[in-house]
Design a protein around this ligand. Structure first.
Ligand SMILES: [Zn+2]
Length: 309
């Protein structure tokens, strides 16, 4: 399906920059100076100055003047036919993994911050001496260099590339989350580079346990210390909005660690991102004790990008 039928919600924002030209303009200038506009923030004056976060060609909002289509579907951004020759995976409603022609191309994508290979997430806060401090805030300060690994993202099936990896944290994904949404990531155990926007799984869609960890997001319904006489060493149970087909869904971890991450009794409605596998919790489901680097609260300024949480 193409985005012309108005079902595409993979384009969460458009770059809005007056007078920028897709044929001659600098992409890095666009990415660093344009305002990021949500579908709901669209105004007619922005026409012809909105650009795709994937291919940088012009976007329009459809329908232009209403928040919903006549059939009730929400408005969205769509590409224009003039630039049909520019390939963009965001034209499709169906995410595809990205494959690279050769190792050089993949290495270049890593250098250009378009691709990140995450070999694992941090177990504990990094030693200050290990942290590579970012010159500017696009470089997540919690990432440390991981091993050179064989990564199966070649166009040629079965071929792997030897690539530098990062030992990262979900917190660093949440920083500059809007930019990160359209970067490609290879997460631990995964065999394709996916844009972050396509790798994220809504907790509300989860109805079963899983063995394979994935990246989930959910909205907090309720959070409490499970101790009879609450102490920081007790478990904190953070209940997330869940699928109607299951009893409930919890993020379970020690209170002191959740507190460190800003999760408390008053975190209702905040969005949390968690890397993990889904296990049973009584009659419901949970992600049980993710590692220190495997979950974080999303800064509220990005909530609108995950409006279905
Ligand atoms: Zn595009």
């Amino acid at each position: 399906m193409s985005d012309s039928d108005g079902t595409n919600n993979r384009i969460k924002y458009a770059y809005f920059l007056h007078g920028w030209c897709p044929k001659t303009g600098s992409k890095s200038v666009l990415a660093s100076t344009a305002r990021k506009v949500l579908v709901s923030e669209y105004e007619p004056r922005m026409d012809q100055h909105l650009f795709c976060p994937g291919c940088f060609t012009p976007l329009v909002r459809v329908p232009k003047d209403k928040a919903v289509f006549s059939n009730g579907r929400k408005a969205c951004f769509a590409h224009i036919p003039t630039y049909r020759s520019v390939l963009c995976d965001l034209r499709s409603t169906k995410p595809e993994g990205k494959h690279y022609v050769d190792e050089e191309q993949a290495k270049q994508a890593i250098e250009d911050h378009e691709l990140v290979v995450v070999s694992s997430f941090l177990d504990a806060p990094p030693d200050a001496s290990e942290v590579k401090s970012g010159v500017y805030d696009q470089t997540p300060v919690e990432d440390i260099d991981g091993p050179i690994s064989n990564v199966p993202i070649a166009r040629h099936t079965g071929e792997t590339f030897r690539l530098p990896t990062k030992i990262s944290t979900i917190n660093s994904l949440c920083r500059n989350f809007d930019h990160n949404l359209y970067r490609y990531y290879v997460f631990p155990g995964q065999r394709a580079a996916m844009r972050l926007v396509d790798a994220l799984v809504n907790i509300r869609s989860v109805t079963e346990t899983t063995d394979t960890p994935r990246l989930y997001y959910g909205r907090i319904l309720h959070s409490f210390n499970a101790g009879r006489n609450p102490k920081p060493s007790n478990l904190r149970m953070t209940k997330l909005f869940a699928n109607g087909a299951i009893a409930d869904f919890y993020l379970k971890d020690v209170d002191s660690i959740q507190t460190e991450k800003g999760i408390s009794d008053t975190s209702v409605n905040r969005i949390v991102l968690i890397w993990g596998a889904i296990t049973w919790n009584g009659v419901g489901l949970c992600i049980n004790r993710p590692k220190w680097g495997e979950y974080a609260l999303l800064p509220t300024k990005y909530d609108a990008l995950l409006e279905d949480a």
